[in-house]
Design a protein around this ligand. Structure first.
Ligand code: SF4
Length: 925
């Protein structure tokens, strides 16, 4: 970290706050070290993680520098160049243009597109402005892309968006089912809680349902590799199995639910025969029955589900097919059981509480209920209230592209990378009359098209609350001063609202906003309408958190909603909701939802014969604007990849290590082919993180199918029909350099941040006749600069050049006609040296390390920078069979534990390889 670029720490020794990444919502403590650097540790007092952090949380201190930060408001001039302006000018431009568009075209001609990265207070204000003052519900969030199907499923079943379970229920369960959830990589601390439990309680069983064999499967007792998109058949089959073997809870069904018979009839229609279900889902019948039996015989079952369920055009039905099984067995609202939506983002849940989705009102109330609209408008004393749902994310950008929405304000998100059919988003923003972006980073794909950039506070600087997957509200506290002119999102929104002439936005801090949010949650909560039905009752209720002064808000400990104030004045949260089995539907009953199985939106065809599945990798987050800064995190998977089955690679003429192009009806991208070993035939997997800033053409959002779930509006990120072909190039290469380079003329490139260097992976189609001149020009090294080592072999097209300055390696370039080039990890080690030794110089010319053990291999353990070769050598040399032994030997796996599944996989691979070699030796003997 460049200390000159580090924001100033506030004068508080240690600050308790919350990790800004996934929905686990781990507590962290940030403190200032003696050398002026920031240290981030797990908060031992926080109930989500009890002090543990995954690798992303552990590397947070590497991401708080000011490199690339947007520090001042900027407005694009007539020539398209961004110019720094005052806050007054920027805010005035936003407010006046929004007002003008509304006056001319009505409130639905403007939109806000916000984010699960916003704090609850920011979200609350954005939603209030849009729905209560502008009078449109055209506010949607990137949480639409990850968990809106869970919201819709909860609302259909329970009458309210309720997550019935808490993390403790995982510890109390005897069977945990994870559906479409690679928790080992995407919710690591939750996964590690499960892993620890399995060590101490071997009877606990884990079933993983996922088309891919992910790292999570390393811990599973049973992995069901279902065909992508067939989950509804699987869970309808389970419901049918339970119902016809006398395993349903008739008393619970009669007392607390409606619609069982209808839902069962639909489940029975196609899924009563397990053999049929196994055939459709493409799973082994015995494995399917083993799962059904385990679910049937185990009272305490938690079914955790995540993006593999939600991100589908049948996502809401998938959710309800899971909930149906819990309702049929009465396994809800009691310890150790229930359906569990594991949210993706740090504050997806907070956004839901304030109504940050286009089809919701604030405080868990509904746009389509006149009583709810009256309650919210009355509470806000607002001039109007939106009376119909706004446009959900995909439709919102389509509407911009069609010219119906003329001004959009994007906050804390990067839709040009993350939305499906991302090229349409690009066209939309290019056409839009006004694109405003509140962000912390200047250069993003989306910001490149914004007319106004508003500098927002980042994690560590902003102050407010977030809610995690188990409804736990935690404080995110500032421990750094606001850099430049950056402001909190809530402040920026309030400023614009005031300039648009709206009252109701005079807050003096996030505490005042939180108080209003808490009071709204309690306002007329439980009130009956004229017919006597309690249509205004919401389980979401923060009455116990109202009236906090600033000191109390600052000191607020993590707490799960609903929150009551007890007669002694203390406040009490709620670990588990629905314990009274009183659901929010007006009659108090839950609903079974008939879920007729449907195949996802588009099927494979001759032109697009493979199914594209997208998702996260272990060490990156979203579009990498934060994690991309960390050399620790970037070292695990340095470039985007296309994972597919080796036989499919053979069939379509692509090979491991080479580049391939994936295309769909919507767009194309390029990445490196790999065989991770977990992909079934007919499928490919590509990570979501790479974008126009980190690679020339690896934006997978451009390929993804924009079809959405008809109920939730969540897009189909897991099921896009695609074609794959070799991406032909004349040469491959890479550069490690201490200086950033401009590679616009290179056919394909990827940029990765290293600890002492930037790494570029390259591939080109141009013919290079004079490698020396070309390399010196590309690297910016003068022709007469003498400390330049190079080697060229025309017979195999290989070329190496190294620039040395003051005996230190400054840059190196390696090229070949083939993609198999020297080890980057070995070369990365040379950048850490103050002086190259003779053996290093020889190695650079030869293209491989001279000293044994100098190549640690690709990083497996990011925390300690331990490579694959180091781990494998230790396992082989010392016959290690336990992860703890590997940790004792080489440290890998000894901090956050995120790499433990990979270490286990390596041990299995080495054991299998050893057994095969032994058999060969026996045969030979
Ligand atoms: Fe952050 Fe990791 Fe905890 Fe998620 S699991 S909140 S990324 S530390």
């Amino acid at each position: 970290m460049n200390l000159a670029q580090t924001p100033l720490a506030l004068a508080v020794a240690t600050t308790s706050t919350t990790c800004p990444y996934c929905g686990v919502g781990c507590g962290v403590t940030a403190s200032l070290k003696d050398d002026g650097r920031i240290s981030v540790q797990g908060d031992a007092q926080h109930p989500a993680n009890f002090g543990r952090l995954c690798v992303k949380g552990s590397a947070l201190a590497e991401t708080v520098d000011l490199d690339g930060r947007l520090l001042h408001p900027q407005v694009r001039d007539a020539q398209g160049a961004l110019q720094q302006v005052s806050w007054d000018q920027a805010l005035e431009q936003v407010a006046s243009k929004f007002s003008a568009v509304i006056a001319e075209h009505g409130p639905d001609a403007v939109a806000l597109y916000v984010s699960g990265q916003l704090l609850t207070e920011d979200y609350y204000i954005a939603n209030k402005l849009m729905k209560g003052y502008i009078g449109s519900a055209n506010i949607d969030t990137n949480s639409r892309l990850c968990m809106s199907s869970a919201v819709a499923g909860h609302k259909r079943a329970f009458g309210e968006d309720l997550v019935p379970v808490c993390y403790e229920d995982l510890e109390l369960a005897d069977l945990i089912v994870l559906v479409g959830s690679n928790a080992a990589w995407c919710h690591p601390i939750l996964f590690q809680r499960i892993a620890k439990l399995k060590e101490t309680r071997p009877a606990l069983r884990l079933v993983v349902i996922d088309p891919r064999r992910t790292a999570t499967c390393e811990l599973a007792d049973l992995h069901l590799p279902v065909k992508a998109g067939t989950d509804v058949w699987l869970f309808n089959g389970l419901m049918s199995y339970l119902a016809h073997r006398g395993l349903r809870d008739n008393a619970f069904i009669a007392a607390h639910t409606k619609g069982f018979e209808e839902a069962l009839a639909v489940a029975d229609a196609e899924c009563a025969d397990p053999a049929t279900v196994a055939r459709i889902c493409k799973v082994d019948l015995q494995d399917l029955l083993a799962f059904y039996e385990a679910f049937a015989e185990t009272e305490k079952v938690v079914t955790g589900f995540s993006m593999g369920v939600n991100q589908s055009s049948v996502g809401t039905d998938k959710v309800n097919s899971i909930i149906n099984c819990h309702l049929a067995t009465g396994r809800i609202g009691r310890p150790g059981m229930g359906p569990f939506s594991i949210t993706g983002q740090p504050n997806a849940m907070g956004g839901r509480e304030v109504g940050g989705l286009a089809n919701m009102l604030a405080a868990h109330m509904d746009l389509d209920q006149p009583l709810h609209r009256e309650i919210v408008q009355g509470f806000w004393q607002s001039p109007r209230i939106a009376d119909k749902p706004g446009l959900k994310a995909v439709d919102m950008f389509r509407s911009i592209e069609e010219g119906r929405i003329k001004a959009v304000w994007i906050m804390a998100t990067n839709p040009l990378v993350s939305l499906p059919d991302a090229d349409l988003v690009q066209r939309a923003l290019q056409k839009c009359e006004l694109v405003v972006s509140s962000d912390v980073i200047t250069q993003t794909d989306t910001n490149a098209l914004a007319h106004v950039l508003l500098p927002a506070l980042a994690w560590g600087e902003k102050d407010g609350t977030v809610t995690n997957s188990e409804r736990r509200i935690s404080r995110q506290r500032a421990f750094l001063t606001a850099p430049g002119e950056a402001r909190g999102d809530w402040q920026i929104i309030c400023e614009v609202a005031r300039r648009m002439g709206f009252a109701g936005f005079d807050f003096d801090g996030p505490q005042a906003i939180f108080d209003e949010h808490a009071r709204l949650s309690a306002y007329r909560n439980g009130e009956a309408d004229a017919g006597g039905a309690q249509r205004a009752r919401r389980v979401f209720n923060l009455s116990g958190l109202t009236g906090m002064d600033k000191a109390a808000y600052d000191a607020m400990a993590p707490i799960q909603w609903p929150v009551q104030r007890l007669s002694d004045g203390s406040i009490s949260g709620t670990a588990r909701v629905l314990e009274d089995h009183r659901f929010t539907h007006a009659d108090g009953c839950a609903r079974f939802v008939p879920t007729a199985p449907r195949t996802p939106g588009h099927a494979v065809c001759e032109d697009y014969p493979l199914i594209l599945n997208t998702g996260r990798v272990r060490d990156h987050w979203h579009t990498m604007t934060r994690t991309g800064k960390s050399a620790t995190l970037a070292s695990h998977i340095p470039e985007s990849f296309i994972d597919l089955h080796p036989q499919d690679a053979l069939l379509y003429g692509v090979r491991e290590g080479g580049l391939a192009r994936i295309s769909s009806r919507w767009g194309a991208m390029v990445a490196r082919v790999q065989h991770g070993g977990g992909i079934p035939r007919g499928n490919v997997f590509v990570p979501i993180h790479w974008n126009g800033q980190s690679a020339s053409d690896a934006r997978v959002g451009a390929v993804v199918n924009p079809v959405v779930d008809p109920v939730s509006g969540e897009p189909e990120f897991k099921h896009t029909p695609v074609a794959i072909e070799e991406f032909r190039v004349g040469w491959h290469g890479f550069i490690l350099t201490r200086h950033a380079l401009d590679l616009d003329d290179i056919t394909h490139w990827t940029r990765v941040q290293g600890r002492d260097f930037v790494r570029y992976e390259l591939a080109g189609r141009n013919h290079i006749s004079d490698h020396t001149a070309w390399a010196r020009a590309l690297l910016g090294v003068q022709a007469d600069d003498a400390d330049w080592l190079e080697y060229e072999d025309l017979s195999d097209g290989s070329y190496r050049a190294v620039h040395v300055v003051d005996d230190r390696i400054d840059m190196c370039l390696f090229m070949s006609a083939r993609p198999d080039l020297p080890s980057r990890s070995w070369l990365a080690g040379l950048f850490a040296k103050d002086k190259l030794e003779e053996a290093d110089r020889v190695g650079l010319l030869v293209g491989q390390p001279i000293e044994k053990g100098a190549d640690a291999g690709p990083t497996v353990c990011s925390c300690f920078g331990v490579g694959r070769n180091t781990i494998c050598n230790a396992i082989r040399a010392q016959g290690l069979t336990e992860v703890s032994q590997v940790t004792a030997c080489v440290k890998a796996g000894g901090n956050c534990g995120s790499c433990v599944p990979e270490i286990k996989k390596l041990m299995v691979e080495i054991r299998v390889q050893g057994e095969a070699e032994a058999r060969e030796r026996e045969t030979a003997a």
